[in-house]
Design a protein around this ligand. Structure first.
Ligand SMILES: Cc1ncc(COP(=O)(O)O)c(C=O)c1O
Length: 359
């Protein structure tokens, strides 16, 4: 039997045609050539309904650049420890201090009550992560912020998720997406910053210059550089694939939601991600007591699983003598199981049967 993958991008002739067209165009980088990057930004802005969108080459770069706009050097930034390490790296790249807080045990998103306890005079920013695509409570988090505290949402898992009837990407100052191949909207590599701050025009210019070596005031072949920048721009192939993916993101997310609904009803496990239509289920997590045994059995039965994530505060670079009881407990029990749109009904039934047998 063919192994059931944990992640699997959905591709069809749309992607093939766009990639070949880009290949033949000879314009592979960003810029005026094929115009795919610009087109992707335009369409994504419409999709999330934000003030501006700036694409980059990965979610890590999106977080890194977004944090350059928040003046965090020597300041504290509050974030969950249960995330991919890039969430914390973005703070370190910019000379800030990560302050890890615990998560809500039901959603595994950052807990606003815990945030409140950690806010200090040095707090400059809060980075909620929409864990698995489940929207963090940005309304409550916004109430905790003030003119000195900005919000950067880490929406790497949340392309298409909604909060309060509006797409993630349309709420906070800066919202960062990842289009890594495992993500709901897949590219070879890619990321994007969606901006809603009133200062969005200046922020857009800053991010555009930051993503390409600090270049500004470009007029034909002339340009200026008045600050340091990086080589973070999105390439035309990624944007072309992203445009094909954007055409079917709603359909792909709906399939994920329909699988989540089945898992919600059928899986007999002690704890699992709740069901809500606001979530796009990038990850479907469950908790099991004997994780090593469980994962081994599933692998033997042809089902790939994952563990998202080892908490960041337990990594050598970030090791701190802090206690985050919920994060630490969940991290020992969490298992992510396949929920991608390529799953067939018989594979879904099989996954349910095998999980219930060994959990
Ligand atoms: C929560 C979170 N933040 C940031 C990132 C970084 O995105 P990328 O891999 O595109 O750099 C990821 C990627 O896995 C992620 O899961």
């Amino acid at each position: 039997m063919k192994q059931i993958k944990l992640f699997d991008p959905v591709i069809d002739q749309r992607e093939v045609k766009k990639v070949v067209k880009t290949l033949k165009s000879g314009f592979w980088a960003s810029g005026s050539g094929g115009g795919q990057v610009h087109e992707f930004e335009k369409k994504f802005k419409k999709f999330v309904n934000s003030k501006s969108c700036v694409s980059v080459n990965c979610g890590t770069a999106a977080l890194h650049l977004a944090a350059t706009l928040c003046d965090i050097k020597g300041k504290e930034v509050i974030l969950p420890s249960l995330s991919f390490v890039s969430t914390a790296h973005a703070i370190m790249y910019n000379g800030g201090t990560p302050v890890f807080v615990d998560v809500d045990p039901h959603t595994l998103c950052i807990d606003p009550v815990e945030i409140k306890k950690k806010i200090s005079k040095r707090t400059r920013c809060i980075i909620p992560v929409h864990f698995g695509g489940m929207p963090a409570d940005i309304k409550r988090i916004k109430k905790l912020s003030n003119s000195n505290i900005m919000i950067i949402e880490d929406a790497a898992h949340a392309c298409g998720s909604e909060f309060n009837g509006k797409k993630i990407g349309s709420h906070s100052d800066l919202v960062c997406f990842s289009f890594h191949p495992v993500k709901n909207l897949a590219m070879p590599t890619g990321g994007l910053i969606s901006i809603n701050n009133t200062n969005y025009k200046k922020m857009t210019d800053n991010l555009k210059s930051g993503r390409w070596c600090g270049i500004s005031n470009r007029k034909y072949t002339d340009y200026d550089v008045n600050k340091i920048g990086w080589n973070f721009y999105m390439n035309e192939f990624s944007a072309a694939i992203g445009l094909a993916q954007l055409e079917k993101i709603q359909k792909m997310n709906n399939k994920r939601k329909s699988i989540a609904k089945i898992y919600e009803k059928e899986l007999n496990v002690s704890r699992k991600i709740p069901f809500t239509k606001m979530c796009v289920y990038h990850l479907y997590w469950i908790c099991v007591k004997n994780r090593k045994f469980f994962r081994k059995k599933l692998l033997e039965k042809g089902i790939e699983t994952g563990t998202h994530y080892k908490p960041i505060h337990q990594m050598s670079l970030y090791k701190k003598s802090i206690k985050l009881p919920i994060t630490e407990k969940i991290a020992k029990e969490i298992v992510t199981v396949p929920i991608h749109p390529n799953l067939t009904q018989s594979q879904i039934d099989y996954i349910v049967k095998i999980i219930n047998k060994f959990s």
